[in-house]
Structure formats: structure tokens, C-alpha cells
Design a protein around this ligand. Structure first.
Ligand SMILES: [Ca+2]
Ligand SMILES: [Ca+2]
Length: 77
């Protein structure tokens, strides 16, 4: 697998979430089923815009549960 800088950034963000035991439900403060950048940074202040964008694979500005899971699964596996 080719590791781009964006991929590494996404894994760093997901790794931080896993390391802190923060799951999708904890991050989704308004419970709308998607994570905004501000919701992610509220729990994980070190998350860069680059990391968030890298995990947002459909580039719609929020992370779906599937996108979040994909990022954290890469970290675990
Ligand atoms: Ca939300
Ligand atoms: Ca998205």
C-alpha cells in the first residue's frame, strides 16, 4: 500500500481516537450521524484539517460512520 502524507495524517487522527478510546458516538456531539471538523477537534484538538480531509473520502465535509470506521480500521490493521 502506498502511504501518502494524507494517508498518514488520517491514520494519525484515527490512531489518536483509538488511543483515547473515543468512538464515533462520543465524537458526534449533535448526534446527526456525521462528524464535522469542529466535533472531531472538540475531542481531539490535535487533529489537523489535512487529517480530517484525508479521512473524508467522499469530500462532503463531514465524516460518516463508514468513513470514520475505515480510518480507524486502517490503524488497527
Ligand atoms: Ca455531528
Ligand atoms: Ca464524508
Amino acid at each position: 500500500m502506498k502511504m501518502t502524507l494524507a494517508t498518514i495524517a488520517a491514520l494519525t487522527f484515527a490512531g489518536a481516537a483509538v488511543a483515547q478510546g473515543v468512538g464515533f458516538a462520543e465524537l458526534d456531539a449533535d448526534k446527526n450521524g456525521a462528524l464535522s471538523y469542529s466535533e472531531v477537534t472538540a475531542a481531539l484538538p490535535d487533529t489537523t484539517k489535512e487529517a480530517f480531509t484525508a479521512a473524508d473520502t467522499d469530500a462532503n465535509g463531514t465524516l460518516s460512520k463508514a468513513e470514520f470506521k475505515a480510518a480507524t480500521t486502517k490503524t488497527n490493521g
